[in-house]
Design a protein around this ligand. Structure first.
Ligand code: CP
Ligand code: NVA
Length: 299
């Protein structure tokens, strides 16, 4: 059974295939008469709406629930929940705190499990980010992507996808908040052109084709917010940071954003920002992924 717990569950040609399908309208109704269960343990705007509408466009019926309604890890185990839901649904999607919950669901599930964000990874966002950069640049291979701020779930999945796409990676993170040596080895093994870690945002953005950032404190890490505010001081993506990027470089953010913290209003609301295109691409990327998974698991 093929699952999608992180981007490297796809081989490089499969990733290209999914991104190609995002631009296609000939998907038909592969989920006709089928259900898709979507569990959300954390808040969501983009993911819930893009998944529900993507399922509907494929002819299926989405059923969204909060894990407290069904008692994940309390009333019953992720494994039992997945085994039961697989009898009603063609796909299971889940947004969780612990990535291990997704692994626990995927292991016994007779249908694909899709990670809708965990503390460790946000692969549906990465598909969107790659799709958006491809729409802007044409070809990803050889382009440089800069990540400024926290090497969080969004950063990790983006780095995996960018590596599989043959891009160069630049990280501008405070000490202690960047990728580990193991992460860097993984990016290089997957095909990253080059991986650079620096501790100044201007240095990371210099010459980059796309400058990405995200909140300093992700959902579930609120107890660390004060420490993080101190650690990330000086890491805002502002006009000075963007000025050093490549001509025509874009600014990207998965949203929700905090203007005046990780990004200035002049940048996120300025001409280089593609954040709304990125958000809209969540629908096209998810529909393509669900279409591909539905087909792949029925070969
Ligand atoms: N980018 C993203 O995943 O947004 P939501 O948290 O609103 O789903
Ligand atoms: N890193 C953020 C992404 C939200 C879409 C979080 O996990 O809260």
């Amino acid at each position: 059974m093929r699952h999608f717990l992180d981007v490297d569950d796809l081989a490089a040609p499969e990733l290209v295939e999914v991104l190609d399908r995002a631009d296609r309208q000939d998907h038909g109704l592969p989920l006709h008469g089928k259900g898709v269960a979507l569990l959300f343990a954390k808040p969501s705007l983009r993911t819930r709406h893009s998944c529900e509408m993507g399922v509907i466009q494929l002819g299926g019926h989405p059923v969204s629930v909060r894990p407290d309604e069904i008692g994940v890890n309390d009333r019953e185990t992720p494994a039992d929940i997945a085994r039961v839901l697989a009898g009603y649904h063609a796909l299971l999607g889940a947004r969780v705190f612990a990535h291990a919950d997704l692994v626990g669901m995927a292991e016994p599930a007779a249908v694909p499990v899709i990670n809708l964000l965990s503390d460790d990874a946000h692969p549906c966002q990465a598909l969107t980010d790659l799709l958006t950069m491809r729409q802007v640049f044409g070809e990803l291979q050889g382009r440089t992507v800069a990540w400024i701020g926290d090497h969080n779930n969004v950063a990790r999945s983006l780095a995996l996808g960018a590596s599989l796409s043959g891009m160069a990676l630049r990280f501008g993170c405070p000490e202690g908040y960047g990728p580990s040596p193991t992460d860097i080895d993984q990016f290089l093994a997957l095909g990253a052109l080059d991986v650079t870690v620096v501790h100044r945002p201007e240095e990371a953005a210099k010459g980059a084709d796309a400058v990405h950032t995200d909140v300093w404190t992700s959902m579930g890490f609120e107890a660390e917010a004060d420490d993080r505010d101190r650690a990330f001081e000086g890491f805002m993506v502002d006009d000075a940071v963007m000025a050093g990027a490549h001509d025509g470089a874009v600014f990207m953010h998965c949203l929700p954003a905090h203007r005046g913290e990780e990004v200035s209003a002049t940048v996120i609301d300025g001409p280089a920002s593609v954040v709304i295109q990125q958000a809209h691409n969540r629908l096209h990327a998810f529909r393509a992924l669900a279409w591909w998974l539905a087909e792949e698991n029925h070969r």
